[in-house]
Write a protein that binds this ligand. Sequence first.
Ligand SMILES: CC(C)(COP(=O)(O)OP(=O)(O)OC[C@H]1O[C@@H](n2cnc3c(N)ncnc32)[C@H](O)[C@@H]1OP(=O)(O)O)[C@@H](O)C(=O)NCCC(=O)NCCS
Length: 141
Amino acid sequence: LVPTPTVRLATPDDLVAVAAIQSASREASQWNPSDYLDHDFRVAIVGNTITGFVVFRRITEDEREILNLAVAPEFRRKGIGNILISTCFEGFRGDVFLEVRASNTTAIKFYKSLNFKILNIRHNYYDSPPEAAIVMKFHSC
Ligand SMILES: CC(C)(COP(=O)(O)OP(=O)(O)OC[C@H]1O[C@@H](n2cnc3c(N)ncnc32)[C@H](O)[C@@H]1OP(=O)(O)O)[C@@H](O)C(=O)NCCC(=O)NCCS
């Protein structure tokens, strides 16, 4: 087991580490990492190492959308994804939405383990490769 990670807001100094985690996580959306700074963008730290990141946006006072989430492959399955999501939505009351590729069964299992429910399926939502999006929602209260 790894020591409990801490989660903090990301800064421009974190972008190199975030880009490396993103490129090692092909199932994650591939953004220009500096665009994450326009949103609510947080990193998980273990010791001195950035082990994962989450990006979400505020749609309204009581709606949030997760834009991206990834944990470094060597740190997966240690509760870091769980801590990133839990920390971000602690104290928040409302709905959290996300879209995930239908083939990303790991992420779908992960979100289900956190009590996200499947809301609907958007066929042909993604390009290269074309694929459906599973829309999931979590109600935080
Ligand atoms: C999805 C992801 C963020 C999960 O992060 P993580 O830190 O490994 O997840 P956690 O350790 O917090 O897992 C919490 C629970 O999710 C479920 N889970 C996570 N990974 C799983 C897997 N590979 N298979 C089955 N269940 C899994 C389990 O229930 C797990 O609890 P357990 O380990 O006690 O059984 C990580 O796999 C990842 O970065 N994937 C690539 C990027 C990606 O797909 N992002 C999603 C974009 S929408």
